[in-house]
Design a binder for this molecule. Structure first.
Ligand code: MF3
Ligand code: CO
Ligand code: CO
Length: 260
């Protein structure tokens, strides 16, 4: 039996807007710091302090034992990379995943960063991953189905580009809790799954691999990597289902809202 999906009240939606706006601001703030020579631990510290300075708390810190405030996933790392002494090098691609808790509500967003000049293969993977997320977002409409989202992502990333779409990790409902129902698969079937209703908030966060979609978790208990050592990329937004479409709650100033 699937548990119910929360429909947020107007007051809750305002709180979601505020925390998501802050999470987006963290990604804007950190961008100029992601350069060759910086460590993932330094990026974590900068984001940690920025979040606290804005009256919020970093949700990953101590979440199920996660030891840092953000996730940093480099190259073949799919997600949940732990910040530390790793130095970012020219040519790396890295996902920074930010989750804020402001006034009790979670905002979750991530983006890819290119460290200096990167290979054409890496750049194309990042561009296709971002576009696949946007295709998923544009599939959200009241009365639509959750499966429409993954179907749009899969058709683009795998169907058009031949990439592996990770199935082991999904998007999720979000609010007072970090991870709530519903689960949002990035490999869906159009017209299948729960019906989308105004007031639902959830993330869309496809992980796309150049090779196999399969992952394994390193001995640190967190870092997921591609099974074949191929590159992986991910981008994430938190969205709200509205009366006539979708609102991207973690939209940054460099991004265009999805049209009708
Ligand atoms: N931010 C991740 C997500 O998008 C979850 C990170 S859990 C952590 O769902 F413990 F690794 F931080
Ligand atoms: Co998420
Ligand atoms: Co996230």
């Amino acid at each position: 039996m699937l548990s119910a999906v929360e429909i947020k009240s107007p007051e809750q939606i305002e709180k979601m807007r505020a925390t998501c706006r802050l999470a987006a601001k963290v990604l804007e703030f950190i961008r100029p710091h992601v350069v060759p020579g910086v460590t993932t631990g330094q990026l974590d510290k900068l984001c940690h302090d920025f979040i606290l300075d804005h009256g919020a708390y970093p949700a990953p810190l101590n979440y199920k034992g996660f030891p840092r405030s953000i996730c940093t996933s480099v190259n073949e790392e799919v997600c949940h990379g732990i910040p530390g002494n790793r130095v970012l090098r020219e040519g790396d691609i890295v996902n920074l995943d930010i989750t804020t808790i402001l006034d009790g509500y979670h905002g979750d967003t991530s983006d890819m960063f290119l460290v200096g000049e990167v290979s054409d293969e890496a750049r194309k993977l990042v561009e296709v991953t971002r576009e696949s997320m946007w295709r998923g977002i544009r599939a959200v409409r009241p009365g639509g189905r959750i499966g429409d989202i993954g179907a749009a992502i899969y058709a683009f990333a795998h169907g058009e580009h031949g990439y592996g779409v990770v199935e082991a990790y999904c998007g999720h409902g979000i609010g007072r809790e970090f991870h709530m129902p519903p689960q949002i698969s990035h490999v869906g079937q159009e017209g299948r799954g729960r019906r989308l209703k105004p007031g639902m908030t959830f993330t869309i966060e496809p992980m796309i691999n150049t090779g196999s979609p399969e992952c394994r978790v390193l001995d640190d208990g967190w870092t997921a990597v591609t099974i074949d050592g191929g590159l992986s990329a991910q981008t994430e937004h938190t969205v709200l289902v509205t009366e006539d479409g979708v609102e991207v709650l973690t939209l940054r100033s460099d991004e265009t809202p999805p049209g009708p």
